[in-house]
Write a protein that binds this ligand. Sequence first.
Ligand code: BV8
Length: 244
Amino acid sequence: MNILILTGAGISAESGIPTFRDANGLWEGHDFEEVATPQGFACNPNLVQRFYNERRRALLDPKIKPNAAHIALAKFEQEFLAKQNSPAEPANQFLLVTQNIDDLHDRAGSQNVLHMHGELLKAQCLDSLECYEWREDLHVDTPHPEDPEDERRRGFLRPNVVWFGEMPIGLDQIADAASQADVFIAIGTSGLVYPAAGIVASTPRECRRIEINLDDTPASSAFHETIRGQATVEVPKVLESLGA
Ligand code: BV8
């Protein structure tokens, strides 16, 4: 059996990370074009670095931890992949695609995580496109980790996140997983940003499509089952029922 999961900001909300569209959302006070596009970065790198420095510092606060939904997904994945089907059946497949740039799925122990919009705790060199683990602030004069003494390479690092207008990560792998999915579960995503919001439509007709969200979304009609409630309550229940 092949299971594909897509998560959005809603799965991290109960861990204390604000979503984009809540009243106090991350875009609050910022037009997304100012802080989440290459043009915004080119126009005001200090503002964009500051926007991500604030989110990186907030994510590294010890109070921010994976919640019951993250943990249930990691536990289910481990048990599901360990389950030995009959020799005639192909092995189980599991892929967790997240739009979130936080590391809560990874910290919960999920193994097959695809961060399709990048990772906040990584930085990317504008020159080589090389990525580096990064937990500090980034500034327009941050020394380059490969050559800290070289003044000419200062400020060559950007957050390793996918901005609007940029190509998301792993689209081929996602399309492949979607085309073979027996179960697709979208958790805590408003279904507004593409191509993530289009994944559900690329699952097979016979795929069991489940949406877990507090509210209806523009994508809800594409799902066979729409479960309304908090991720920390509903995700463990759905996975429990799947496991059974
Ligand atoms: C692309 C990383 C080309 C950065 C993000 C004009 C110009 C350029 C592009 C476009 C354009 N018009 C349209 C586009 C396409 C564009 C797009 O979709 N725009 C939207 C605004 C219409 N997309 C792109 O640009 C993408 N790239 O198109 O490249 C291409 C693509 C394919 C093939 C060829 C070419 C790149 C988009 C990625 C942008 N980067 N993030 C950062 O984080 O700062 S997007 C960011 O916003 C997130 O990653 C996420 O994707 C999105 C937020 O959505 P959600 O995660 O769903 O969060 P949200 O707050 O919206 O919703 C939370 C939900 O949870 C709610 O439904 C709520 O009810 C629920 N919830 C809350 N609490 C709980 C809960 N549910 C359960 N329990 C709870 N407790």
